[in-house]
Design a protein around this ligand. Structure first.
Ligand SMILES: [Zn+2]
Length: 301
């Protein structure tokens, strides 16, 4: 239980187990990244914040029970209400506070598929559980196909959809002037092997392309907010991209050579990186197995 609590504090709660967790001990920590730009850590996905004269823009909102604490933490930086809430994707550890924020007046913005997935009950084979549809107050009211830009607080926040990556509705959010990017769950920094939600339209090629897109946006010296884990440098995002590309190439070579899933997993293509990534919510073998299934499914088409 103590280990579970520690994992929760690292923001590593399994999305489906969310409802059963005890949030009473979770503290929301604030890290300033640039003037008017901050990241908030608690339990669940990392929260981005743009604040200043034009109002608060929040990126993701963790779990419902944490909403009052998240709003209180935002108030320590800027007392104004939340004007816009952007969801990087639909998962419950990033959208759990949507209803509370929507009811408090935030305009919720996300890619089209985020609203679609939040609007219905969805069963996950992997988690063996159903996520209930989100009440109307928590649904995005402005959706987009490819992207949208917010011009406020002395910056331009560029929201860019990346197709079929962690899910089918992921967005990256880039502050052009501050040179900060929020990668959502297309980037897990150190705390777990990547979770690619194939049931929600995710794919290894999309995650690699998302990292590439992030690298095209963020300039040298910039800061990278991952969906989970500590804030990273651009170099660390580059290393993440290179790691994923190398692992995918090894798995694809195994598929071409006619190896079974078990053989490819046993060949440990993650071994060169094992000191850099924790066996967190997703284990190395789960990750490799998923990449195998994905590459194999594509090879058949
Ligand atoms: Zn996620």
């Amino acid at each position: 239980m103590r280990r579970l609590a520690a994992l929760l504090l690292l923001g590593l709660a399994a999305p489906a187990a969310a409802q059963d967790q005890d949030y009473s001990k979770v503290e929301i920590k604030v890290e300033q990244l640039a003037p008017g730009v901050a990241v908030l850590f608690g339990a669940g996905g990392n929260i981005g914040l743009s604040y200043g004269a034009d109002g608060n823009v929040v990126i993701d909102d963790q779990f419902a029970p944490l909403a009052p604490r998240i709003l209180a933490a935002i108030k320590t930086l800027d007392p104004d209400p939340v004007k816009f809430l952007i969801n990087t994707h639909w998962h419950g550890d990033h959208t759990g506070g949507n209803v509370a924020m929507g009811e408090a007046g935030a305009v919720i913005v996300a890619q089209d598929n985020v609203r679609k997935r939040l609007s219905v009950d969805s069963f996950s084979q992997r988690m063996k559980s159903t996520t209930k549809s989100t009440p109307k107050a928590g649904l995005p009211v402005i959706t987009f196909a490819q992207g949208v830009t917010f011009h406020l607080n002395g910056d331009d926040l560029q929201v860019v959809h990346v197709a079929n990556a962690h899910t089918d509705g992921d967005s990256l959010i880039y502050w052009r002037n501050a040179n900060v990017i929020h990668m959502g769950d297309t980037f897990f920094n150190k705390v777990t092997w990547p979770f690619i939600d194939r049931e929600s339209g995710g794919s290894i090629d999309g995650v690699i392309a998302a990292a590439k897109e992030g690298l095209a946006l963020v300039k040298p010296g910039g800061k990278v907010i991952p969906g989970h884990g500590p804030v990273a440098t651009r170099e660390e995002l580059q290393a993440y991209h290179d790691m994923l590309a190398a692992i995918r190439a090894k798995v694809a070579a195994g598929v071409r050579a006619g190896q079974t899933r078990a053989q490819v997993v046993a060949s440990k293509p993650t071994a060169p990186y094992k000191d850099k990534v924790e066996e967190g919510f997703i284990k190395a073998d789960d990750f490799v197995g998923g990449v195998y299934d994905d590459v194999k499914a594509k090879a058949k088409r």
